[in-house]
Ligand binder design. Structure first.
Ligand SMILES: Cc1ncc(COP(=O)(O)O)c(C=O)c1O
Length: 460
């Protein structure tokens, strides 16, 4: 909720804290009447001294943002009666200088081949007025062919081009969700899925996992008990653990799914970044009865800034997602779609390049972390760009804030969960040039040595 609160370039820590709380109140993240944690608790959550909190709160009392009453704590005064859940993804974005090892995207577009658009391309792309809620026909057709080439015969009517995989997942989950029904999901997963679940007011039902992926028996039991209309799973390297599903396990899961009515959203945003190559077959290939919606994206292999993803679903469901989308936006930007169209033929080569670069960076980063921070347990990912480190503390939220003040941004494990309960993991994205990763780890080490050994100094 107070993401990046200490990032402001000006002011004392107390002023910055007051400013961030005021912002959270004004944006409705803190609803009218909600109670702030006790000063001492707030201080340790934010890794600051108690006096910083006291000063910030008196500033907020003075301008009427909060009121305090003896015995009943500090209460928020807000024009919005209803709070909105703060986004986990928002915690990735930091406006401050410093090394960003939090956001899980490629650092820039420098690895892309030259692509360009001009008026002739715009005309040739057949976009006409350019507003096409399901995507430009040429891009939809090219994506359909790509799926067909990989063995899933796909018609253009089954493709919806979206603003990234995130919107694709949000549209399908939103289209399938029914009031009061839960959404089945792993307890630890892509932070965005929990934002999506919060936004539609659904309840997550967590499915158990082990090192091979979702547990088939657990899935069977939960689908029987809760009858969720939709299950969200990731294919390829899992964000944030880096695990890839074992082929045998996928078969067992497909058998279970074929016995239930639940529609599966199989998010392949990271699938091409499995270091040993994309895991095939996927659930979409293995399920015979269950409907599996495949989600793809150019963000991880090409560039996140394109904001191009897609979903492949039965045509009536595609139609449904289009109507849902029109309540929100009118379609993906035509220039991005035309660039995507030019990039598609290069996608397999780009993925190969990205896997080579990433696996080398991951190896070096693992070696460095294990040498410099031996008390952190970092598991070796089978792909992707993030390292999932277990720290010898119960909750990494305060440390992540503290590290931010040491010039390195990392994500606390709690953002990858539904409840945001205290979590001992940190998510460290190493999809950066080696010099950046190296310096980021150096700053993490410095921050950790202060945080772990001199808590009084941090808080004082
Ligand atoms: C598993 C997963 N799905 C979806 C997304 C969002 O991707 P996009 O940029 O295509 O919206 C991400 C980004 O981190 C991700 O890791």
């Amino acid at each position: 909720m107070l993401a990046g609160w200490s990032d402001a370039p000006h002011g004392t820590l107390a002023q910055r804290l007051a400013h961030a709380v005021r912002g959270a109140v004004h944006s409705g993240l803190l609803a009218n009447g909600s109670r702030l944690p006790a000063e001492r608790t707030l201080a340790s959550m934010l890794a600051v001294s108690r006096s910083t909190v006291t000063t910030a709160l008196s500033e907020l009392r003075a301008d009427g943002t909060v009121t305090s009453r003896q015995g009943s704590g500090t209460t928020v005064r807000n024009v919005y009666a209803r709070a909105i859940a703060g986004s986990r993804i928002a915690e990735h974005f930091s406006s401050t200088p410093g090394i960003d090892l939090a956001a899980g995207n490629p650092p820039d577009a420098s690895h892309l081949p030259a692509v360009h658009i001009d008026v002739a391309t715009l005309l040739a792309g057949g976009g006409g007025p350019g507003v096409q809620p399901l995507g430009l026909p040429a891009l939809r057709a090219a994506l359909a062919s790509r799926h067909s080439e990989h063995g899933r015969l796909t018609d253009t009517s089954q493709i919806h081009v979206t603003a990234g995989a995130h919107q694709a997942v949000a549209l399908v989950v939103g289209a399938l969700h029914t009031i009061g029904a839960p959404v089945a999901v792993e307890a630890t997963s892509y932070p965005g899925i929990f934002d999506i679940i919060d936004t539609i007011g659904a309840r997550p039902v967590p499915i158990g996992v082990d090192s091979a992926g979702l547990l088939a028996d657990d899935l069977d039991r939960l689908l029987t008990e809760h009858r969720p209309p939709v299950l969200y799973v990731q294919s390829g390297p899992h964000n944030p653990t880096g695990r890839i599903p074992a082929p045998g396990r996928l078969r067992a899961l497909a058998e279970v799914l074929d016995r239930h009515e639940t529609t599966v959203v199989e998010d392949g945003a990271l699938a091409d970044l499995a270091f040993a190559g994309r895991v095939r077959p996927e659930l979409a290939d293995l399920c015979r009865r269950a409907v599996v919606v495949s989600v793809g994206s150019l963000s991880k292999v090409a560039w996140g800034g394109l904001r191009i993803g897609w979903l492949r679903a039965p045509a009536p469901l595609v139609e449904r997602t289009m109507h849902l989308r029109l309540g929100n936006d009118l379609g993906a930007a035509a220039p991005s779609q035309l660039l995507a169209l030019q990039l598609l033929p290069h996608l397999d080569d780009l993925a190969e390049q990205r896997r080579t670069t990433l696996s080398a960076t991951v190896e070096r980063a693992l070696d460095l972390l294990r040498a410099d921070l031996p008390e952190w347990q970092v598991s070796e990912p089978a792909g992707g760009s993030v390292l999932w480190a277990r720290l010898p503390i119960a909750d990494t939220a305060a440390f992540a804030l503290f590290a931010g003040r040491h010039g390195v941004h990392v994500a606390p494990g709690s953002i990858a969960t539904a409840t945001r309960a205290p979590n001992p993991h940190l998510r460290i994205c190493v999809d950066r040039p080696w010099g950046t990763v190296h310096e980021g780890i150096r700053r993490l080490r410095l921050a950790w040595s202060e945080f772990a050994t001199k808590p009084a100094a941090i808080l004082g």
